[in-house]
Design a protein around this ligand. Structure first.
Ligand code: BGC
Length: 261
């Protein structure tokens, strides 16, 4: 638990399921006030609100498309109107589409880019503008992926967006460090979330993924949320511009694990 987080206000995009839900829940346990954004799953968002309030926090679910300026504005306005401000903005919403790249439609490329890349820009921009206007410290956390580092054939749009999130995070971390605004990314590996549900229900695919993880297991959303709580808290007060990989070692070139090469 991080006592400085109590009463702080956070926006979590894509908070209706998976890692977003877990971050909202963890923030609730920290006694934070959380705006839980969702796109098309009001029931999931209601569950996340309950998870926050059951654990001692406060929460409001807000439908918004974070790939639009109006969506980002709606989240900020709800935070300020209901909870009196903003301290932490988590750009978590994300999606992936599998396709051989030579067959990837422009529509699908644009869909992934709109959420995974433009959404991070719009969320960060509105949070930065708010923090600057208030002259207060601020904290932004972008959910990247191990695929900001590891190329991922048949997921080119996703890997390209996550690579972009990495340099975007580093760039704005540098640009706003003097304003006491910290910006960091989290790079989850293979986590037990709805985005992976179909893949992991296939035993062969599940085993294959586990074999690519030095720690030999899939991660939990709560383990990623623990990283978010630390980055949001003053315990990481001198940390900006990093990607915190929460991946069981997936980014350590596991193909070399027995001394091959
Ligand atoms: C993706 C997952 C994938 C994991 C490891 C994540 O960014 O969302 O689908 O299992 O990376 O490859």
């Amino acid at each position: 638990m991080y006592t400085d987080l109590k009463g702080k206000v956070a926006v979590v995009t894509g908070g209706s399921k998976g890692i977003g839900h877990a971050i909202a829940e963890r923030f609730g346990r920290e006694g934070m006030h959380v705006i839980i954004n969702y796109h098309s799953d009001p029931e999931g968002a209601a569950n996340a609100v309950k998870a926050v309030t059951d654990n001692g926090g406060q929460a409001i679910a807000v439908q918004a498309d974070i790939s639009t300026e109006a969506g980002a504005q709606k989240l900020l306005t709800t935070a300020v109107d209901n909870f009196g401000g903003l301290d932490v903005w988590v750009n978590n919403a994300g999606m992936e589409i599998k396709s051989p790249t030579h067959e990837l439609s422009l529509a699908d490329w644009n869909k992934v880019t709109a959420v995974d890349q433009t959404g991070v820009f719009l969320g960060s921009r509105i949070a930065l503008a708010y923090f600057k206007a208030q002259g207060k410290p601020g904290n932004i956390i972008n959910l990247s992926s191990v695929h900001e580092k590891i190329p991922w054939p048949t997921f080119a749009s996703y890997a390209a967006a996550k690579g972009s999130v990495k340099l975007f995070t580093q760039t704005i971390a540098m640009e706003y460090a003097k304003d006491n605004i910290r910006v960091n990314a989290i790079g989850p590996g293979a986590i037990n979330t709805p985005i992976n549900a179909a893949k992991f229900s296939d035993k062969a695919q599940y085993d294959k993924t586990v074999s690519m993880i030095p720690m030999n297991r899939i991660g939990t959303p709560a383990e990623v949320a623990a990283g978010a709580a630390w980055l949001a808290s003053a315990e990481s007060s001198y940390v900006t511009g990093i990607t915190l990989f929460v991946d069981g070692g997936m980014t350590l070139y596991p193909a070399f694990k027995d001394g091959q090469g």
